[in-house]
Design a protein around this ligand. Structure first.
Ligand code: G5P
Ligand code: MG
Length: 252
């Protein structure tokens, strides 16, 4: 069928430091392993999952010093939210290109306005689809663990790869495993900004979850560690991405 109408569209939603980027990275790694379907050109639904992080996009804009990057830098560093109009434009620009494959948005939508705008963008992209979004992964971890996790975070700016001084340290301290380039702390990971980000999440998250729960497409994943969450998350996502196979009915 029409590849752009049969891809899966997923969101990963959760508090700052809940492990969204970590889990999205693991899913991308484990689901993009080449399989028979990849080498058979006639196979309709190739597996795989393209993850897109709104925070990574914004940090790339800031690093490149684009007009958008410059205008939102102070806001992001202090833990505030970028205005909806800017965010929707930024994400919408990526969606058309990604929509031939399965994708996972990390960090977007963050407000009810963004959620509604996303539906509009997706509906106009493929009006024939029944649902604009197929599944929302809700990562729910105790807030006690979050502050400590974020304090230990390091990232590789070029790729967005995520490390943690204790949980997932790089092979060589201070440098990225793949490129050997230096790792940095995120400017918005200072305690003051983290407090602001957690506050904003507490104020804005429930209406967004309700918006998707009303459609019955939210899966809640909870656990003390990302490893524990992943043991239930991976099989669930594999099932969602599995090409719909019509099995011949048993002869009876
Ligand atoms: P971001 O970049 O979307 P947040 O605040 O939503 O930022 P964040 O901080 O990136 O989310 P995460 O991705 O959920 O958190 O968590 P992570 O990076 O995977 O894990 C955090 C740390 O914990 C890492 O060091 C990891 O190694 C470690 N860790 C993971 N699992 C475990 C575990 O099991 N145990 C332990 N001990 N450690 C673990 O957005 C940034 C800013 O951009 C703007 C906003 O200003 C936002 O604040 N922005 C938007 N503004 C408006 N609208 C939007 N849609 C926006 N999107 C971004
Ligand atoms: Mg993240």
């Amino acid at each position: 069928g029409d590849a752009s109408a049969s891809n899966r569209r997923l969101l990963i939603f959760g508090a700052p430091g809940s492990g969204k980027g970590t889990l999205a990275g693991w899913l991308g790694r484990d689901l993009n392993a080449p399989t028979q379907a990849d080498v058979e050109p006639c196979t309709a639904s190739a597996p795989g999952l393209t993850a897109l992080s709104s925070g990574d996009l914004l940090r790339a804009e800031m690093r490149a010093g684009t007009p958008l990057g410059q205008s939102v830098e102070a806001l992001i560093n202090s833990g505030g939210l970028v205005p909806d109009d800017d965010m929707v434009k930024l994400i919408a620009g990526q969606l058309a290109a990604m929509d031939g494959s399965n994708w996972l948005l990390d960090g977007f939508p963050r407000t009810l306005g963004q959620a509604m705008a996303l539906d509009e963008v997706l509906t106009s992209l493929t009006p024939s689809r029944q649902a604009p979004i197929d599944y929302v992964i809700h990562i729910d971890v105790p807030s006690e663990v979050i502050v400590e996790r974020i304090a230990g975070r390091l990232i590789h700016p070029g790729s967005g790869r995520i490390y943690n001084r204790t949980f997932s340290p790089p092979k060589v301290p201070g440098v990225d495993d793949l490129t050997g380039e230096p790792l940095v702390s995120r400017v918005d990971d200072d305690p003051e900004s983290v407090r602001r980000r957690l506050e904003l999440y507490a104020q804005t998250s429930q209406p967004i979850l309700d918006y998707y729960m009303d459609r019955g497409i939210v899966g809640r994943f909870t656990g003390p560690t990302s490893d524990a969450i992943y043991t239930t998350l991976l099989p669930q996502i594999q099932e969602i991405l599995a090409p719909t196979v019509v099995l011949p009915s048993a002869e009876d």
